[in-house]
Design a protein around this ligand. Structure first.
Ligand code: 13P
Ligand code: SF4
Length: 368
């Protein structure tokens, strides 16, 4: 289910009374509930979450780590996921039937995940099979709906995250001659290029026009990139790089591989959220960095490493708006609803979809 469908199917919105509470009151109540529920409550938080929320996370991580932790946790009955909709779906798929997963605000979707729906994907698959025969393995970034993961699982493919995309793409080429990479064309292109696939062997599938964008002999196509992108990471431009190089010639530039190819090429380093965090942590005192990723994380790194000069690669960058839907009032509302026995915003993936999607996720987890 896309997050738009999730909103439509859910009538649950936060009561106004939560808006009248002070930050201290809300923090106090969250702490009390955490103490009361103990290990029956688990709060995973993605690195892009706001500080007011991440301070209460039992574990923080990137998409891969949070998927691994969800698969490992057999203790918590209530999992209040502080991230976006596809991450909560993944947690539901990987946990057992007694464990209940909630998303504090159903509007916390991911615009990239919604760029590939199952109807578009089924239609694309038919057309691509007509063009290329049975030579294609689908891979999907975890930033996709459960239905897309299920499609991939049923067709022998796997999920990937930005931390393991290279490893998974390498594996995929041992299975089939061609790869369909959903839904982020940039992660797909950057990863395939790093593995030695030339740009002129990559085509783009446009799901709106239902056409393959490719100039040349289609027999040479190795990777078919779904025409999707992250609206946050696409906001970093080559002009940002030129400005930083001019203003701070010593500064290193590090970007997430959801950024466009031309930007990744100009940067000094690129890697997943986790790679960025580790690189900054290991960097020598006094070093300076321009980071091309989500702003809540960049601001946190600036706070945590005051001995280094850190800026956002784009000075006008905003946080991911859907990640920001999860705020302290919604976290508290979610927790109180659990304590009151009337939990709100449960994420429940349909059983058949979950079974097929699990195949794709497990193929990834076994290799990570
Ligand atoms: P990672 O957590 O895999 O780095 O992905 C970044 C992202 O955009 C999450 O929505
Ligand atoms: Fe989706 Fe991009 Fe936000 Fe991640 S940062 S949740 S990919 S829109």
């Amino acid at each position: 289910m896309s997050f738009l469908q999730a909103i439509q199917s859910s009538q649950q919105t936060i009561p106004e009374t939560y808006r009248q509470l002070t930050r201290e009151e809300m923090e106090q109540r969250v702490l009390e509930i955490k103490r009361e529920l103990g290990t029956s409550l688990y709060i995973p938080g993605h690195h892009y979450q706001k500080d007011e929320v991440i301070q209460f996370a039992d574990a923080t991580g990137d998409s891969l780590k949070l998927a691994q932790l969800s698969a490992e946790n057999k203790e918590a009955k209530h999992i209040v996921f502080c991230g976006v909709h596809f991450m909560a779906e993944t947690a539901d798929i990987l946990t057992n039937n007694e464990q209940l997963v909630y998303l504090p605000d159903m509007r916390a979707g991911c615009s990239m995940a919604d760029m590939a729906n199952i109807y578009q994907t089924n239609r694309a698959w038919v057309k691509l099979q007509e063009m290329f025969g049975d030579t294609i393995l689908p891979l999907t970034y975890v930033n996709s709906t459960a239905e897309i993961k299920a499609f991939v699982g049923k067709n022998g493919g796997a999920t990937v995250t930005s931390s393991n995309a290279k490893k998974m793409l390498k594996w995929a080429f041992t299975q089939k001659e061609r790869i369909l990479f959903l839904p982020d064309q940039h992660l797909g292109r950057n990863t395939a290029y790093d593995l030695g696939v030339p740009l002129d062997e990559m085509a783009v599938w446009d799901p709106i026009q239902e056409e393959l964008i490719f100039a040349g002999d289609i027999a040479s196509v190795k990777v078919i990139l779904w025409k999707g992108h992250c609206s946050v990471h696409e906001n970093f431009t080559v002009q940002n790089v030129y400005q930083v190089r001019q203003q701070y010639p010593e500064m290193k530039i590090i970007v997430h591989p959801e950024c466009r190819r031309e930007l990744v090429e100009l940067a000094d380093e690129n890697g997943s959220t986790n790679y960025i965090i580790e690189t900054i942590a290991k960097a020598p005192k006094g070093s300076s960095w321009a980071i091309g990723t989500e702003m809540n994380l960049v601001n946190r790194l600036i706070q945590q490493h005051q001995d280094k000069h850190i800026i956002s690669l784009n000075p006008h960058m905003c946080p991911c708006l859907t990640m920001n839907r999860i705020d302290l009032p919604h976290l508290l509302w979610s927790l109180e609803s659990i304590v009151e026995g009337q939990p709100v915003n449960r994420i429940q993936v349909h059983e058949q979809t979950a079974n097929d999607a699990r195949l794709a996720l497990e193929r990834m987890l076994q290799r990570s």
